[in-house]
Design a protein around this ligand. Structure first.
Ligand code: NAD
Ligand code: DAU
Length: 352
């Protein structure tokens, strides 16, 4: 079996669902603190699946992590759990340091103890896969080459600094202790179960509610968008064949400015759920920019393609259509995640 952390969040829950479909004979123990971003409902399809166990707990709890490793004896640990929203890291960085840095440290130490005591074949087979982000590389200029794995680390937000710190810990545990680690650095994901604090789901749910679509600054910041299921297949490929101690950049070869993304979402909604008041583009509102806002991210994903034969299956056109359709088909999910705590966040972030 494998131990997954953060498997009730956006990417983690997509990964667990895909894993159970791709590997029906390999169970998943899923350790998740069920923060505001974690949602049991994302895993509803696995309710009757004995090959999935959700453990409600914190990755900083060393005794709990030790117990799960000893009881379940996983052949791999796939680490998604994190505080993940840049804007929240600007308002309150503390939780990011605790989960992203202390939490990763706790997992590395627990994994080191467990792995060190395994018999030789199990020791050779064990993997610690750390899921990270392209944001650790900082911001690109318009003419710069996309981020390769050799790009210097230049994190600019409390979130990306905490992820960069966790990447360094993972690297050090390999070089110093020989822990068999793999690190992935991925670009912006989108798709089902994406929490509506992030750009694409926020635009969809706000448009459907007739609310403003808040575009930071001039909206010309560029992100490299990847459909979440493609990120999941890339992680499976790295887990299966990645070289120990290596990092793999994952991206969609799909750079787009934010304003174009917002127009695409509006056009799809105009087609699939037209509004009597006219195009959803009427709701686009330019608001104050994010402090320290990175201008451009882009991933050079040639290494994972060359070494592991991975390429994204979805184009942006197919992926964004599936995503908008998913939100239209799941209004109850949307309504339930927009709880009191969510409304407080929206008020704090967008009131002005
Ligand atoms: P998310 O915020 O949707 O989910 C995070 C999950 O981690 C939640 O289920 C939450 O309950 C859990 N969690 C938080 N703190 C925890 C703790 N202390 N102990 C146990 N569980 C805890 O995040 P996401 O967007 O799914 O991102 C998952 C991972 O992928 C993160 O490590 C993130 O840095 C990375 N990543 C995300 C993107 C993206 O576009 N979303 C891109 C590249 C990399
Ligand atoms: O690049 C990978 C990263 O992508 C992940 O590591 C992060 O966990 C994930 O949250 C995401 O970070 P971003 O900051 O790029 O994503 P977000 O959806 O918050 O913002 C995308 C872009 O849209 C960014 O340039 C900011 C802008 N934006 C965002 C929001 C929420 C707006 O213009 N308006 C908004 O209301």
């Amino acid at each position: 079996m494998i131990l997954v952390t953060g498997g009730a969040g956006f990417i983690g829950s997509n990964f667990v669902l895909d894993w159970r479909a791709a590997h029906p004979d390999e169970a998943v123990v899923n350790l998740d603190a069920l923060t505001y971003a974690g949602n049991r409902e994302n895993l509803e399809a696995l309710r009757a699946d004995v090959g999935h166990v959700l453990v409600h707990g914190d990755i900083t709890d060393r005794a709990l992590v030790d117990r799960l490793l000893a009881e379940h004896r996983p052949r791999a640990l796939v680490h998604f759990a994190a505080e993940s929203h840049v804007d929240r890291s600007i308002h309150g960085p503390g939780a990011f340091m605790k989960t992203n840095i202390d939490g990763t440290f706790t997992l590395l130490e627990a994994a080191r103890g467990y792995w060190g005591a395994l018999d030789e074949p199990s020791k050779a087979a064990f993997r610690f896969l750390h899921v990270s982000t392209d944001e650790v590389y900082g911001s690109l200029g318009p003419q710069d080459a996309p981020f390769a794995e050799t790009h210097p680390y230049e994190p600019n937000s409390p979130y990306s600094a905490s992820k960069a710190a966790s990447d360094h810990l993972v690297r050090a545990w390999h070089h110093t202790y020989g822990l068999p680690v793999l690190t992935t650095n991925c670009s912006n994901n989108y798709g089902p179960f994406h929490f509506p604090e992030k750009l694409i789901p926020l635009m969809i749910v706000n448009a459907l509610a007739g609310k403003a679509l808040p575009v930071y600054g001039d909206g010309m910041q560029v992100r490299d968008w990847l459909y979440v299921k493609d990120h999941c297949s890339a992680i499976r490929a790295v887990l299966a064949g990645g070289r120990l101690g290596e990092t793999y950049n994952i991206g969609g070869w799909n750079e787009k400015p934010n304003i174009e993304i917002v127009h695409t979402v509006c056009a799809l909604l105009d087609e699939l759920r037209p509004s009597a008041e006219g195009s959803y583009t009427r709701l686009i509102t330019h608001v104050k920019d994010r402090p320290g806002h990175d201008r451009r991210y882009a991933i050079d994903a040639r290494k994972i393609e060359r070494e592991l034969g991975w390429r994204p299956a979805e184009t942006f056109e197919t992926g964004i259509r599936k995503t908008v359709q998913w939100y239209l088909q799941n209004p109850d999910w949307v309504q339930r995640v927009q709880s009191g705590a969510y409304r407080d966040w929206v008020q704090q972030q967008y009131a002005a």
